[in-house]
Design a protein around this ligand. Structure first.
Ligand SMILES: [Zn+2]
Length: 308
């Protein structure tokens, strides 16, 4: 049984007790934001830390710790202390941002001021130099101070050594944003996907900073190609996944993309697309699709010129 199937069973049992409305999911999200930090051992001596706003993966070598994503700023101090305690090292020498969102870049200022190398896609650095609206929340994020901005950016991919492991990172093009990086711990066979993969309800497509539904499908295709049957995949939110879980997600998003594209070509708008219920067979598992369908539909506008 895959992890996705386990999650589906859990959600179905939840659905049996309550009406399928947004309320239980919104409540669950609010509770997870207040959750205390929890660490879970991963293969290869890596650690998963949850409860910081988004999943954080930690590795270390003789020089210190490496973190993939840094949670929200209000958890940065507690997170760093937990990382140092769990790894037994004195400092975090490297932080990789999978993208610009506050749930991933909240430790940038603290670790950047302490001298950490902050690796990200160049587009992530650029978004962090300005103020951006938050998706599905009120308010804006950024600009971050100079010390908090990525100081080792890439346009494509890169690689570094961490003890005995090789850590590759690479660009997922325009998917969740236009600055998404995956991080692949080769020896541990662990793939960190950022928010291009979600295992906690529908994903968010931040089209205002370059994400789009077609890119989410392509991003999943790339992540599947990087995985084998034993690869563990860390999503931006929620429990770990397997390659077969990603294959299920890719089929799901590709199906929805195809339906939305057809509706767009008929001249429909987001509300009309929602009325067609293009996610009908997935809603019991994923929850209320309103935000997802709206963002996914709007995300196509920049990719389809009139009469294309
Ligand atoms: Zn995100």
């Amino acid at each position: 049984m895959t992890l996705l199937h386990e999650r589906r069973r859990f959600l179905l049992s939840l659905a049996a007790g309550v009406a399928m409305s947004q309320a239980p999911f919104a409540l669950a999200r609010a509770q997870s934001r207040r959750a205390s930090l929890a660490s879970t051992p991963l293969p290869g001596g890596l650690i998963l830390i949850s409860g910081a706003g988004g999943n954080v993966v930690v590795g270390h070598d003789g020089e210190g710790a490496l973190m993939v994503d840094g949670g929200t700023a209000d958890r940065a101090r507690d997170l760093e202390m937990l990382v140092l305690r769990e790894t037994g090292v004195k400092r975090v020498h490297t932080l990789i941002n999978t993208h610009w969102h506050p749930e991933q870049t909240g430790s940038n200022e603290r670790l950047g001021k302490a001298g950490a190398k902050i690796i990200a896609h160049e587009n992530t650095r650029l978004w962090l130099t300005v103020s951006n609206p938050l998706v599905g929340q009120s308010g804006t994020y950024g600009p971050l101070p100079a010390a908090a901005r990525p100081n080792a950016t890439t346009y494509a991919n890169g690689s570094l050594r961490l003890g005995a492991d090789q850590v590759d990172y690479g660009y997922l093009l325009q998917a969740h944003t236009d600055g998404d990086l995956y991080v692949h711990f080769r020896q541990a066979n662990l793939l960190v996907a950022g928010d291009v993969v979600c295992n906690d309800g529908w994903p968010v497509i931040d089209w205002r900073t370059g994400g789009w539904i077609g890119g989410m499908v392509d991003g999943l295709t790339k992540l599947i190609a990087l995985s084998d049957a034993t690869t563990r995949i860390v999503p931006g939110r929620g429990p770990l996944l397997t390659r077969s879980d990603l294959e299920v997600q890719r089929t799901q998003y590709a199906t929805i993309f195809e339906r939305l594209e057809a509706l767009l070509r008929q001249g429909k708008g987001p509300d009309e697309a929602l009325a067609e219920n293009p996610t009908k067979e997935f809603n019991a598992e994923q929850g209320d699709p309103t935000q997802f369908v709206t963002l996914a539909f709007e995300s196509m506008w920049g990719h389809y010129a009139p009469n294309a």
